[in-house]
Design a protein around this ligand. Structure first.
Ligand SMILES: NC(=O)c1ccc[n+]([C@@H]2O[C@H](COP(=O)([O-])OP(=O)(O)OC[C@H]3O[C@@H](n4cnc5c(N)ncnc54)[C@H](O)[C@@H]3O)[C@@H](O)[C@H]2O)c1
Length: 339
């Protein structure tokens, strides 16, 4: 194993942590975990452009929580928000669907927004940044197969432009972190999440959307749709495991490093549909129907998996929630929303 560079490690109980893009799936769970671990203060920053107060409403009366409405595109707002902050979890970003629907905003927020946050952290001497990246940095399309370990190159041939733009924006974010480390000694850890799913799921991420769409069809008594032969692989990670990885990265002395954060095992689309059908106790059979042209669905066409051994070596982290348990938790939450 290569030597792990050492930098600032945060003691959570003594720290003030700012989560940028906090009214989100990952942000709300990360805030929950930080509070559970006794964080001194957690600052939930969001412009609520698509995240919602619903995701963090349960935290608003907690005396250790401060909600700040601010925009990543406004550096002065970030300079104020990061005063006295020890660590930042930088989540605010547009994903592939956002890049297909509002590409101007997506380019601004994912690239300049990340740069603004790094600059605010430099000025206010924030000890550690955790940057939310994605397995999108490996690209998409037929070239994506086998083990997607941290050193594989970007693959773009034959993939939808929005997916490639999203992946490229995360590469820019990662490299801005590296540049701030080289030029100013800013400590950071990049976490490349695979597809995140779980309670408080939104409809903004192409792949987890598939679980929700499948569930919605089955609940209406309609056959779930398999866009291929059902053998296509996806690699999800439960949001509680992502929150644990974010906190582990803040606590770890590791710096200037990027690691995958993926679930215990990949799953095929067919197996995923079966999990939803089992949960709903449905005897419906899936219908094979290719996605309409232009639909942003990130099928790879091949079998791939995302190893997370490096996160184990660098952060002492490994995922705990298997797909069956995670899908059950997600759908139980979804059912509660309906009642
Ligand atoms: N959800 C996934 O499947 C997944 C997979 C890999 C990586 N990621 C990355 O993880 C991070 C969090 O994902 P999520 O699903 O929780 O995201 P999300 O879409 O739920 O949240 C993003 C938040 O950022 C906020 N935001 C957007 N623009 C902003 C701006 N200009 N200023 C301030 N706030 C702004 C939004 O209002 C929203 O609350 C993102 O960076 C995403 O790219 C997510």
């Amino acid at each position: 194993m290569a030597t792990i560079k050492q930098g600032k490690a945060l003691n959570i109980r003594e720290s003030r942590i700012l989560i940028a893009g906090a009214a989100s799936l990952v942000g709300s769970h990360t805030a929950d975990l930080l509070l559970e671990q006794g964080v001194r203060e957690v600052i939930l920053l969001d412009n609520f452009s698509f995240g919602s107060m619903d995701a963090i409403a349960h935290l608003q009366d907690n005396p250790r929580v401060r909600i700040v409405r601010a925009d990543l595109m406004r550096l002065p707002d970030l300079l104020t928000a990061t005063e006295g902050v020890d660590g930042v979890v930088h989540l605010a970003a547009y994903m592939t669907l956002g890049f297909s629907q509002t590409p101007w905003n997506a380019v601004d927020v994912n690239i300049r927004g990340a740069q603004n946050m790094l600059e605010a952290c430099r000025v206010n001497k924030v000890g550690k940044i955790v940057f939310a990246s994605s397995n999108a940095v490996y690209g998409y399309g037929p070239g994506i197969k086998g083990a997607l370990s941290e050193s594989i190159p970007f693959y773009s041939e034959g993939a939808p432009p929005a997916a490639i733009l999203y992946g490229a924006s995360k590469i820019m974010g990662e490299q801005l972190c590296r540049q701030y480390h080289q030029n100013f000694g800013q400590d950071y850890v990049v976490l490349r999440y695979s597809t995140v799913y779980g309670e408080r799921q939104h409809y903004r991420a192409a792949n987890s959307l598939y679980i929700m769409e499948t569930y919605d069809l089955v609940r209406k008594g309609q056959a779930p749709i398999l866009p291929g032969d059902g053998k296509d692989t996806k690699h999800f990670v439960h949001v509680s495991d992502v929150a644990r990885a974010n906190v582990a990265a803040l606590q770890s002395a590791a710096t200037d490093v990027a690691v995958n954060v993926s679930g215990p095992e990949p799953i095929t689309t067919g197996e995923l549909v079966d999990l939803v059908l089992d949960y709903c106790k449905s005897s419906l059979r899936p219908e094979i129907r290719p996605d309409p042209p232009g639909k942003v669905r990130l099928t790879s066409g091949g079998a791939f998996h995302i190893p997370h051994d490096k996160a184990g070596e660098v952060l002492g982290w490994k995922p705990l929630v298997h797909m069956k348990e995670g899908v059950t938790r997600l759908l139980a939450w979804r059912e509660l929303q309906e009642s």
